[in-house]
Design a protein around this ligand. Structure first.
Ligand code: IPD
Ligand code: CA
Ligand code: CA
Length: 274
């Protein structure tokens, strides 16, 4: 089968799996959630995160038994091989679990599909407001079927930025607090939503002009980084190198304010080290 047709099939399944998992989670009564902690008291997980991941894995592997699966809540138990056509599904069963557990409608299910180490397509679904973001490499990004383009805003004062913090922000190992302060002191408008996948989808949709964060994992960014690129934006690491989902830092912008964001991050870092 032709690669493009295959990728289209993957995207259809990614969107279907994200929609089913998101709608399931949305229907759950908040008071019934069972919450446990992971790396520290702030880093929580619900049984819905785990159930969603199990269901998405089962759905994907039932259709494509030889594909690999990388999900946040489980070890990667899928078959490994040295073939050069490896397809890996990278899944965050709920991105924004803290928001979800508090009843805030800012969370989503994110599914990215990587072929030979490169993300080819992805879907991000926010059931609370019925928004399905999709992207396919070379074919653009869409919100509920409508083509997306990043923001065209050139004035930093009229732009809106977003960032996120790792669960160990109180220890501030990467100087994210100094960096955040630096942005505020520049007079920039900055939000913190609590869902990295939605942050990226919103850059693609032109709602945000730029996003930066450190300490993320492939499941947070695989679908969203492709969405930004396919909507005409730029995605790199803090040092400006081409973004790779397996590395930790990310800057994703419309392109206009990319250098400025990298400069402010660097200044925050330097200041913290003085
Ligand atoms: C988190 C969210 C949050 C980001 C954290 C992530 P989770 O994912 O994406 O916005 O700041 O770094 O870990 O735990 O809700 O899946
Ligand atoms: Ca996440
Ligand atoms: Ca998660």
């Amino acid at each position: 089968m032709e690669a493009n047709t295959k990728t289209k099939e993957f995207l259809a399944l990614a969107a279907q799996a994200a929609r089913e998992a998101g709608d399931y989670a949305f229907a759950i009564n908040r008071s019934e959630l069972q919450i446990t902690t992971k790396t520290n008291a702030m880093d929580i997980v619900t049984e819905v995160d785990k159930r969603n991941e199990d269901v998405i894995r089962a759905t994907v592997l039932a259709r494509y038994p030889d594909h690999e699966f990388l999900g946040e809540e489980s070890a990667d138990t899928s078959p490994k091989s040295d073939r050069n056509d490896i397809v890996r599904w990278i899944v965050d069963p709920i991105d924004g679990t803290v928001n979800y557990a508090h009843g805030l409608p800012i969370w989503c299910v994110s599914v990215g599909v990587e072929v030979n180490g490169r993300v080819e397509c992805g879907a991000i679904y926010n059931p609370s407001i019925g928004e399905m973001f999709t992207a396919q490499r070379g074919h653009g990004s869409y919100l509920n079927g409508k083509r997306l383009h990043v923001s065209l805003q050139t004035n930093p004062a009229q732009s809106l930025f977003v960032t996120g913090f790792p669960y160990n922000v109180n220890e501030d190992p990467e100087h994210v607090i100094e960096q955040f302060v630096k942005f505020l002191r520049q007079g920039l408008l900055v939000r913190r939503l609590g869902s990295a996948a939605l942050d990226l989808a919103y850059v693609a949709a032109g709602r945000f002009d730029g996003f930066w964060e450190i300490g993320l994992s492939p499941w947070d960014t695989s679908a969203g980084q492709l969405m930004v690129r396919e909507a005409g934006g730029r995605v790199t690491h803090y040092d400006g190198s081409d973004y790779n989902v397996h590395r930790k830092s990310i800057v994703a912008t419309s392109g206009v304010h990319h250098e400025m964001i990298m400069r402010v991050i660097k200044e925050g870092q330097t200041q913290a080290n003085q």
